[in-house]
Design a binder for this molecule. Structure first.
Ligand code: C5P
Length: 216
């Protein structure tokens, strides 16, 4: 089984994917981390974030197994990653890895679940279940702001809101694999749902898709 979870930044898609992975015994891949790792690698090397060739070289050499640096979650890396994610060469370099991951769940797993922006539309158009997660931008900004404060990263709400707005615009207006809902996907608006309610909606949807799949 392949589950595709796409959506806007801070919509709750990462939390949802992690809960679904555990429930359905799926191997998870947070694809945003791949783009974040490329951005961090470029910044660490002192490279210009607008240099597409260098960005593609960094993309070719990142190691998914060593992506546990807390720095990857910082907001400056989030903004930088959305810049390099607009580059065709970077997306192509990361595509193979994601598609291989999706099709080859490790032993014992019933499948894979990938979350990102273009999973249903580009990476896994054949996914068995497709979920698009979003929420009102002010609510998303408040959630992200709280997370940052709790992780001791100094944050100003107005700045967080501005960063999200900038990322939403860049992610959904870029030419290569823009953020958009696939026509086969269901939408879950998490503005007024908690993590458990969101999980329950998605769980029911995936279970019913799986039942149909087994019958056919
Ligand atoms: O999901 P997260 O906020 O960690 O993603 C960081 C950035 O990586 C996003 O703003 C987006 O530009 C990019 N991304 C993408 N395609 C994906 C996953 C993330 O373009 N599948």
């Amino acid at each position: 089984m392949i589950v595709a979870v796409d959506g806007t930044s801070a919509s709750g898609k990462g939390t949802l994917a992690a809960k679904l992975a555990q429930h359905f015994n799926l191997e998870p891949l947070d694809t945003g981390l791949l783009y974040r790792a490329v951005a961090l690698s470029m910044i660490t090397a002192g490279d210009n974030l607008e240099d597409e060739e260098k960005a593609a070289n960094h993309a070719a050499s990142i190691d998914y197994k060593s992506m546990d640096s807390p720095r990857l979650r910082n907001s400056d890396i989030g903004v930088a990653s959305s810049k390099i994610a607009a580059m065709k060469a970077v997306r192509l370099t990361l595509l193979d890895f994601q598609q291989n991951f999706a099709k080859n769940p490790p032993n014992g797993r019933s499948g894979t679940i990938l979350d990102g922006r273009d999973i249903a539309t580009v990476v896994c158009p054949e996914a068995d279940s497709k979920i698009f997660v979003t929420a009102n931008i002010e609510i998303r900004a408040k959630r992200r702001w709280k997370q940052l404060i709790q992780s001791d990263e100094p944050a100003i709400y107005a700045r967080v809101l501005e960063d999200l707005r900038e990322r939403d615009t860049r992610d959904s207006t870029r030419q290569n694999a823009p953020l958009r809902k696939d026509s086969d996907a269901i939408t879950i608006d998490t503005s007024h749902l908690d993590a458990e309610q969101t999980f329950e909606m998605a769980r029911k949807y995936i279970a019913s898709r799986d039942l149909n799949r087994q019958r056919s």
